[in-house]
Ligand binder design. Structure first.
Ligand code: IMP
Length: 429
């Protein structure tokens, strides 16, 4: 059975570690949305790898990694990442495939991202400035350029005219020096020889691999609450980070997905703007940020930190059809006297147990907390559930009760083997 691993909160849940850990059970790891806005940090034998666009499975020799049509690809960012991992001894030759239908991020997208944020002023989203939103805008606006289009070297072909039109639109919007369409075109043509060998009909490739009995892991980026449809709109990213995105973003039917694992931190973080009901701006927030090293893997921005939000994760269970959770960073809570778990929101005197669809309403909500005892002995590196301190076991059980699904995996540290893989829930992974 194939497995989809995705974020059950606001991104940065530690998906990279979980994908890396499970990769040996699969033949293929496939990314289905987002771009190099993502930052998936993986520690292997003390070495830190930060992946943005390339699926985290690449760190395992022999695994095929796939970038689907739902992803937006900045070719230069992709090459930079390939060079970086090659420099660290990871050979991706022949193991990375890119969909011909994936849309391309070009220099004007990055500029338009920055411009749009400046225009939003107070209502800015806090994007990663990587050009993600404008690239998806062009895709939906049917003026985007796809990876397969880059093969067209003709001077007056569709690629040249699309680049000219898009650069002209950029020049009308960005008031400083004009960008040269010919220069963009020349740069775009330069990337093709290196990109070309990777370009594949990903839908067909996966379809055949699955038919031949190979297992595929679908790797989501960002998180459920950053999903363009189901997140805290407009403070979201521009793609479907939820499970449905795996089907549309790779060209597979929904039945190909198999089980869905939601990765959730044992507390909550968010980077960028938008509501975060359990945010702690004081001492606790600082403690979580420093202990959990909560700084953006892509942008280095400090993450906003707060208590575990069971309403948000329960919502993720619903919109993704989650089968099980992978709880990460439990060890970050080591030593805290007491822990708060948000089980409902109070909005204008009304108690809500389900995530409101209206972001303005969510902004006005206050969390309703339940207090649980903390634990004195460290959980770091523990590999068996029964060896966790009783209070930590109770904390995990409360997460399971409030979400309605089991915690199949519990991460107790950054290394691969700092993990509890619970035998009774093996069937989900
Ligand atoms: P964009 O994806 O760059 O357009 O940014 C939109 C929102 O998603 C901002 O709040 C970003 O901080 C957030 N975001 C994008 N990628 C990630 C990620 O990988 N982790 C966490 N937040 C992200």
């Amino acid at each position: 059975m194939n497995v989809c691993v995705l974020g059950a909160q606001w991104g940065d849940e530690g998906k990279g570690k979980i994908v890396d850990l499970l990769t040996p059970r699969f033949s293929i790891v496939a990314r289905y949305q987002g771009g190099h806005n993502a930052g998936h940090t993986v520690y292997v034998r003390g070495r830190k790898f930060v992946l943005h666009l390339i699926p985290s499975g690449i760190l395992h020799p022999g695994i095929i990694c796939v970038i689907g049509n739902g992803v937006v690809v900045d070719p230069l960012a992709l090459f930079a990442e390939l060079d970086e991992i090659a420099g660290m001894g990871v050979d991706a030759t022949g193991r990375l495939l890119v969909s011909d239908k994936a849309h391309v991020i070009l220099p004007y997208h990055r500029e338009l991202d920055v411009l749009a944020e400046a225009r939003r002023g107070e209502r800015k989203i806090g994007t990663t400035s990587r050009g993600i939103g404008p690239a998806y805008e062009d895709k939906i606006g049917r003026r985007g350029i796809r990876v397969g289009d880059l093969a067209d070297a003709s001077i007056d072909g569709p690629l040249a005219s699309a680049v000219r039109e898009n650069v002209a639109a950029r020049n009308r919007l960005v008031g400083n020096v004009d960008m040269s369409a010919d220069q963009v075109l020349a740069d775009v043509r330069r990337v093709w020889p290196r990109l070309h060998p990777l370009v594949t009909d990903v839908s067909l490739y996966l379809h055949r691999a699955i038919a031949a009995g190979q297992r595929v892991m679908f790797e989501g980026a960002q998180g459920t609450l950053l999903d363009i449809d189901h997140g805290t709109y407009p403070f979201v990213t521009s793609s479907n980070a939820t499970a449905g995105g795996a089907a549309t973003g790779l060209g597979l039917g929904p039945r190909a997905i198999g089980t869905v694992i939601g990765v959730a931190k044992a507390y909550t973080t968010r980077v960028g703007e938008g509501p975060l009901p359990t945010e702690q701006t004081g001492e606790i927030g600082e403690r979580l940020r420093e202990t959990g090293q909560e700084y953006g893997a892509s942008t280095g921005r400090p993450r906003r930190c707060g208590w575990y939000d069971a309403v948000a994760v329960r919502y993720a269970v619903r919109v993704n059809g989650l089968d099980a959770l992978a709880i990460t960073k439990l060890d970050v809570l080591d030593g805290l006297e007491t822990l708060e778990v948000c089980t409902a929101y109070r909005c204008n005197g009304t108690i809500l147990t389900e995530m409101p669809g209206d972001t303005a309403q969510l902004t006005g909500c206050e969390p309703v907390y339940e207090t649980l005892p903390g634990w004195k002995t460290p959980t770091r590196g523990i590999t068996e559930f029964e060896k966790l301190p009783a209070e930590a076991q109770a904390y995990v059980r409360r997460i399971e009760e409030t979400s309605g699904i089991p915690a199949a995996i519990i991460s107790t540290g950054s290394e691969r083997d700092h993990t509890i893989l619970r035998k009774e829930f093996e069937k989900f992974v």
